[in-house]
Design a protein around this ligand. Sequence first.
Ligand SMILES: Nc1ncnc2c1ncn2[C@@H]1O[C@H](COP(=O)(O)OP(=O)(O)O)[C@@H](O)[C@H]1O
Ligand SMILES: [Mg+2]
Length: 237
Amino acid sequence: MSTLLQVNDLKVAYGGIHAVKGINLEVKQGELVALIGANGAGKTTTLKTLMGMVKPAGGDILFDGQSTSKLAPHEYVSNGLVMVPEGRGIFSRLTVEENLQMGAYSRNDKAEIAHDLERVYYLFPRLKERQKQLAGTLSGGEQQMVAIGRAMLSRPKLLLLDEPSMGLAPIIVQKIFEIIKMIAAEGVTMLLVEQNAKLALQTANRGYVMESGRITYSDDAAALLANEKVQQAYLGE
Ligand SMILES: Nc1ncnc2c1ncn2[C@@H]1O[C@H](COP(=O)(O)OP(=O)(O)O)[C@@H](O)[C@H]1O
Ligand SMILES: [Mg+2]
C-alpha cells in the first residue's frame, strides 16, 4: 500500500499555547485510521492543519507525495483532501440537495456529479426522501449524513472526519458508523477523529492515541483495543 498522507514532526501553536507538539502520523491508501484522545488533546487542530486552515509552526505534511505547504486554500479540496468538520458545517437555509451540490463546486463533470449524487442517495435513503427539505430542519443524525454526503461529492482521496458521533443518540451513532464502513469498503481512505474511542477502534484498521499534543500510542486498532493502558484511559474498562 502506498502512503497517501505523511505527517512529520508537525508542531502547531496558538500564540503561546502549543496544541500539537511534534507528531508523526501516516495514512496509507485504502486505510481507515482512527485518531483518538481526550477533549483538548489537539485532534481538531491536527485536522485543521492538514486542511491548511491553521498554519504549522514546524514539521511537514506530504499528501500524495507532495508538500501541502504551497497549496492555496481552494486547492486542498480539488486535490482530494476533504474534511467533515466538527459540528458539520452545513448550510441550514439551503435544501439537502443544494448542500450536497456544494460539495461538487470545484468540479465541472456534470454527468459524474449526477452519478455521485445518486450514490450518496443510495448510501443515505433518508436524504433522498428529504431532497427538498431545508437542512436546518433535519435531525442531528440527518445533518451528519448531509455533511458526509457533501464531502463524498468532492470525490475525496482522503476524507477527514471530525467527531461524527458528537451529540447523536447511540442508535444514530451506530448508523453513522455503518455508513463510514460502507464508504471505506468503497475504497475511500479516511482519518477518523473520535472521542468515542471504542467504536472508532472497532471500525478502523489502525489507530493513534493523542494526549496533550503528542502521539502516545500507535498500533493496529485491534492491538490498541487490547492494550490495558489504552483500555483504562479511553475505553472505560
Ligand atoms: N483557536 C484557538 N485559539 C487558541 N487555542 C486553541 C484554539 N483552538 C484550540 N485551541 C487549544 O488547543 C488545544 C487543542 O484543541 P483541539 O485541537 O480543539 O483539541 P481536540 O479536538 O482534541 O479536543 C486546546 O488546549 C485548545 O484550548
Ligand atoms: Mg475536537
